[in-house]
Design a protein around this ligand. Structure first.
Ligand SMILES: [Zn+2]
Length: 421
């Protein structure tokens, strides 16, 4: 993976920031956040988060340790200063010694400690950023990392690749629980330069934005090399084919018709079809298609993709697709019932329409209520297909258990994020 750092660009961000040291820190933060956000093999569509710790003048005239962290609703690729709301760092750090919070309590606590009460909600990982002592903290879902962090022995792989440079955090639900667990792990390896989150992704940190970013690139590259050394290299990003084959156009019509018949409220769905020689080659292997049905590559993708895709044969008729949609719905109901029966509070089922359709021989379809939604699904799926193929080449793609994915899909905070998005 190539570093995109350029001294001249970094200097331009700083020059535009003025002379306040806090604004200069924020300028550095914005610059490398955009570098991370601009690489689809690091994060996609609002994924990942970044922060910087600085000293800032507060409205009451005091100069306080302050955390700027990604706000929800912002995308790292296009983030600006206001997308990184400022919070009272010492107040956040005190949360570690307070009684445990629910995620709703945590959001209220974060809002109460904002410098600007009209700022966007800070990232759900804000406390994790606050508890880590480094000045700059970066979090990504790098493709090569995900191919290895979703293996049965993912924790061991993390140690094998990085040794003591990275500490391993077994899966815990993102949000409050992860912040406490990650801080505990960090305290036991205070010299580490990053955290390897099993089933989830990677954190790096540093004294400067450049150092933390350089570690992110270095660690993602080490994961890529590790895959190569095990004859499991990640395929390059395929260029999408410009003109979809006629068969895809016909298939889209059948899909539309079958959805209109089986999902009445969804007569007007939008499709985003993607194909390439590489995607078809991956889907030609039944082992990959089976693995792609096990779960998502990182927990928050379940919000967009649902816990499993719909798989259809490329010669399926409207009736065949209708039956497959009914089977999908039954399977989704079972997944919901199982998850809801173990949840602490009552859950209301979301629609059982698939978002991702895999058609071996043809390509993939993202489904959404709008072109934007369908595009996000298709973009995430393009990464997923490459990650899962590499994971299967290496060993076995073993993502989060469906019950853990259920916790994410039906997490009240994620639901709120989806509504506001
Ligand atoms: Zn994440």
């Amino acid at each position: 993976m190539q570093s995109r750092w350029k001294d001249a660009d970094a200097a331009r961000y700083r020059a535009a920031a003025g002379s306040d040291p806090a604004d200069l820190d924020l300028a550095d933060r914005v610059y490398t956040s955009r570098l991370i956000g601009g690489d689809p093999d690091l994060v996609l569509h609002g994924g990942g988060n970044t922060s910087v710790k600085t000293i800032r003048l507060w409205p009451d005239g005091s100069r306080r340790p302050t955390l700027h962290v990604k706000g929800s609703g912002w995308d790292l690729a296009t983030i600006e200063g206001p997308g990184l709301p400022a919070l009272d760092l010492e107040a956040l750090q005190s949360a570690r010694n307070m009684p445990p919070m629910s995620d709703e309590e945590m959001v209220a606590f974060l809002r109460a400690n904002l410098l600007d009460p009209t700022a966007p909600n800070p990232s759900l990982e804000t406390l994790l950023h606050a508890f880590l002592p480094a000045k700059f903290v970066d979090h990504s879902h790098a493709s090569a990392v995900l191919a290895l962090a979703n293996q049965p022995d993912a924790a061991q792989i993390g140690s094998d690749i990085y040794g003591k440079r990275v500490a391993v955090v077994d899966y815990v639900m993102p949000g409050y629980d992860l912040s406490i667990e990650a801080a505990r792990i960090f305290d036991s390896s205070p010299d580490c330069e990053g955290l390897w989150l099993v089933n989830h992704g990677l954190f790096t940190f540093g004294d400067t934005a450049e150092q933390s970013y350089a570690r992110m690139i270095e660690f993602a590259t080490m994961a890529e090399r590790f895959l190569e050394d095990h004859k499991a290299a990640l395929d390059p990003e395929p260029g999408a084919e410009q003109t979809p084959p006629d068969a895809a156009t016909e298939f889209t019509t059948s899909l539309q018709e079958a959805i209109a018949q089986t999902h009445h409220g969804w007569a007007k769905v939008v499709f985003d079809f993607r194909t390439s020689r590489l995607i078809r080659a991956i889907l030609d292997q039944p082992q990959n298609v089976q693995a792609l049905q096990r779960g998502t590559v990182t927990p928050d993708h379940v919000i967009r993709l649902k816990p499993f895709p719909l798989v259809l044969q490329c010669d399926a008729t409207v009736a065949d697709i209708g039956n497959a949609l009914k089977d999908f719905s039954t399977r989704y109901h079972q997944y919901f019932e199982q998850g809801a029966s173990q949840a602490a509070e009552p859950k209301i089922m979301l629609d059982p329409l698939p978002r991702l359709v895999l058609v071996p021989g043809l390509g993939i379809f993202g489904i959404g209520k709008s072109a934007g939604d369908a595009k996000i699904v298709a973009d995430l799926a393009m990464q997923m297909v490459r990650v899962v193929a590499a994971a299967e080449r290496y060993g076995r793609f073993e993502p989060l258990h469906p019950l853990r994915l259920f916790e994410m899909e039906y997490w009240s905070l994620e639901q709120a994020k989806l509504k506001s998005g």
